[in-house]
Design a protein around this ligand. Structure first.
Ligand SMILES: Cc1ncc(COP(=O)(O)O)c(C=O)c1O
Length: 499
């Protein structure tokens, strides 16, 4: 509000000699305006210092007036937001509830729904390397509709009833067998995103330290931050987390847990080698620090040999393993899972009962049939060479058209993480790139504590090789035309739709 709009009767009348105290005059002016509906609920009153200056009174007079209004329930003082109107007696004159005022700072602090870039990304002919999604053209739709029909036509209808929060038993059994763990250790999730949320709720108290890689998955940064965690970062490159830095960090702080993506990392595509996995477990166990191993991509391996999961190397029950059907199959069923020591899984299961009780029973039953009949494995075998070809097409196009962009070729997953030439700021490049018909995610979004301004994450999974080539060629012309410079200190966030 422009404070010059505030008209105070006492001043306009030159009524300073009026018998009632000044602060009462100020308070009654506000009261009258709120009652008249001129200051609807949610209106911010002028800062006390500015109003005092405008009225030629001391600041304590204004503070007293605001205090009186607050005691009477007209306004509410909010740290960092000032004094805000919270009540108007006449519902016809003001909305009675201001949701923005009621929503907790924890939720209000979350980024909006990435609307702007979603709108930009929906532009026709855009070659988007931005999403972190499998190609919908490759979804096993026929097989899924077959298995869904089969389970619906079968005698067992238990999955159409309430299902235990831990998940549909046959699917849990299949996952336990596949992962070499006990049934009690498996919890089915509404996507691994729910696992991040449940772990945040169960383990993080505001102010707790959580160690994450830099860069790391934005969804994890958001989940842990919303729970009030203080994120401490450890660098992570093509060969995974830097274990020397991790060791040094653990010497200084005792985090609630370490969150890591050791296989085909999002966003770097990198993989922690087997011997380092063993060392990672040794280091964290020396300090008694649990590990959350997020593993959505390991089925999408294109070269090299499979590596043992970090969980499989731990004998002390200190590793929580998260995974999902979203990447190697499709995200729309919203089924993921978590494997953890049974005493934790049972508590997380109780906590998930508060959120949504259980995952869509039909999706679980259908997926179970899909997995048990081997169709899931066949599907993965079918898509792997296709994604490998797309990865190779992107790597070849980058080498050909963008020789000054540095990158490593990942052995699997969905992403190439590329470093732009000196002086090119990825965030600035994005707008121009979208105008030219190509999109990516700028790397700084993946750094919890800043950095990464020269990086871009390029998802190669969504387009055929020739489209990828064309997109990278467009990207190269945008990079070549972009003026070099440093990222501005307060550069506006252009949030990408990052998954
Ligand atoms: C590292 C990582 N973890 C978790 C998720 C969330 O997956 P889901 O669809 O299972 O919630 C993603 C999705 O992009 C991811 O990249």
């Amino acid at each position: 509000l422009d404070s010059t709009k505030w008209r105070f009767g006492m001043h306009a009348n030159g009524n300073r000699k009026m018998s009632r105290p000044l602060h009462e005059g100020i308070a009654s002016t506000f009261r009258a305006r709120i009652e008249a509906g001129e200051l609807p609920i949610g209106t911010r009153l002028p800062p006390s210092r500015a109003l005092a200056h405008q009225l030629g009174v001391s600041r304590s007079t204004v503070v007293r007036a605001y205090g009186e209004l607050a005691r009477e329930g007209w306004v509410e003082a909010r740290v960092g937001r000032g004094t805000i109107v919270r009540f108007c007696p006449d519902p016809a004159l003001s909305r009675q509830v201001n949701w923005d005022l009621l929503v907790t700072p924890r939720i209000r602090g979350l980024d909006p729904e990435f609307d702007e870039v979603l709108r930009l990304l929906s532009q026709p002919d855009l070659v988007s390397f931005a999403g972190g999604l499998p190609d919908p053209e490759l979804f096993p739709v026929d097989e899924l509709s077959q298995t869904t029909r089969q389970v619906l036509e079968g005698d067992d209808r238990s999955f159409l009833q309430w299902c235990p929060p831990s998940g549909y038993l046959p699917l849990r059994r299949w996952l336990a067998e596949r992962n070499g763990c006990r049934l009690e250790e498996v919890l089915i999730l509404t996507g691994s995103t729910q696992g991040l949320h449940l772990l945040s709720q169960a383990l993080i108290q505001p102010g707790d330290v959580v160690v994450v890689e830099a860069p790391t998955y934005l969804g994890a940064i958001r989940a842990f931050s919303a729970a009030g965690a203080r994120l401490v970062t450890v660098p992570c490159e093509a060969r995974g987390i830097d274990l020397n830095v991790l060791q040094a960090v653990l010497e200084k702080v005792r985090p609630k847990f370490l969150y890591t993506i050791p296989t085909f990392h999002n966003p770097t595509g990198g993989t922690l080698p087997a011997s380092e996995r063993r060392e990672l477990v040794a280091i964290t166990s020396r300090y008694g620090v649990p590990i959350v191993e997020d593993d959505p991509f390991s089925a999408l391996r294109y070269d090299g040999r499979s590596l043992p999961s970090v969980r499989s190397l731990d004998t002390s029950g200190a590793v929580i393993h998260l995974s999902t059907f979203s990447k190697a199959m499709l995200p729309g069923l919203r089924v993921g899972w978590l494997i953890a020591p049974a005493e934790l899984t049972s508590q997380l299961s109780a906590a998930r009962g508060l959120v949504d009780l259980f995952v869509n029973g039909l999706a679980q039953a259908s997926l179970h049939r899909f997995c048990e009949n081997g169709i899931r494995d066949q599907h993965v075998e079918r898509v792997r060479p296709i994604y490998r070809q797309r990865r190779d097409a992107m790597a070849a196009a980058l080498r050909r058209y963008c020789p000054d962009i540095a990158f490593d070729v990942p052995e699997g997953g969905l992403f190439i993480w590329a470093k732009l030439p000196e002086g090119v700021v990825a965030r600035r490049l994005l707008r121009q790139a979208i105008r030219e018909g190509v999109a990516f995610v700028h790397g700084d979004l993946f750094f919890a504590n800043g950095g990464g301004s020269r990086f871009v994450r390029l998802c190669f999974a969504g387009h055929a090789p020739e489209v990828i080539r064309d997109g990278i060629r467009k990207l190269s012309t945008v990079v070549a035309r972009t003026p070099r410079g440093k990222p501005a200190h307060n550069e506006r966030r252009l949030d990408a739709f990052v998954i």
